[in-house]
Design a protein around this ligand. Structure first.
Ligand SMILES: Cc1cc2nc3c(=O)[nH]c(=O)nc-3n(C[C@H](O)[C@H](O)[C@H](O)COP(=O)(O)O)c2cc1C
Length: 187
């Protein structure tokens, strides 16, 4: 491995076709460690991760997410699924903003970038019913489910479904720098 962080950011893309090859325990630990080390508002570290690695449990999970459309069925083939939750007891609220979402997103994204460095793909998923999934997971009442993601090695062959999603919402479609940045002119 000899990639710069920018290479990893540049080449990362959402993976929706997974090989069933399991992720080695050491690699999973590295991924989780990247999440553990993330910054957070007042260092409150609200993230809580639920890790699935058993194929039968993953298949059952895929049927119990309170499916929103077809957009998450592909998790069933992945060798690992991680559910990113946040304990709202650890929330920091400033300017009417809840920072548990920001904190958990930073932590989860760190995990995804380190995973990609190891050749392991992932895909942020918001397509689930929190109510259905929270009941299935039997998580504490103070927890929110922020997102979930499969983790695994990309399959060589992409399904038509994945090609279609990448075509309308893939990594190549990013806004221009000038649409997202404005430089303050010196006074
Ligand atoms: C918060 C969030 C929620 C997302 N939810 C879904 C989802 O439910 N299903 C899906 O297939 N992709 C989902 N995505 C992936 C985006 O579609 C994808 O990141 C975006 O189109 C850019 O493509 P790329 O990740 O390949 O660069 C989500 C991404 C984010 C950040």
């Amino acid at each position: 491995m000899n990639h710069s962080l920018m290479d990893i950011i540049n080449t990362r893309h959402s993976v929706r076709d997974y090989s069933p090859k399991p992720i080695a325990e050491a690699e999973l630990s590295t991924i989780l460690e990247a999440g553990r080390l993330a910054p957070s508002a007042q260092n409150r570290q609200p993230w809580r991760y639920i890790v699935f690695t058993d194929p039968a449990q993953i298949k059952a999970l895929a049927k119990n997410t309170g499916l929103v459309g077809m957009s998450n069925f592909f998790i069933k083939d992945a060798p690992c699924v991680i559910i990113a939750c946040a304990d709202t007891k650890k929330n920091v609220r400033i300017n009417n903003q809840d920072y548990y979402l920001v904190d958990t997103a930073i932590s989860f994204q760190q995990m995804m970038l380190v995973a990609w460095e190891l050749g392991i793909g992932s895909c942020w998923l918001a397509a689930f019913s929190e109510k259905v999934l929270a009941k299935y997971l039997d998580i504490p009442k103070t927890w929110r489910i922020v997102a979930l993601s499969p983790f695994g090695y990309p399959k060589d062959e992409k399904r038509l479904f994945s090609k279609a999603i990448s075509a309308f919402a893939g990594s190549s479609k990013r806004q221009a720098l000038e649409d997202m940045v404005s430089f303050r002119k010196p006074q």
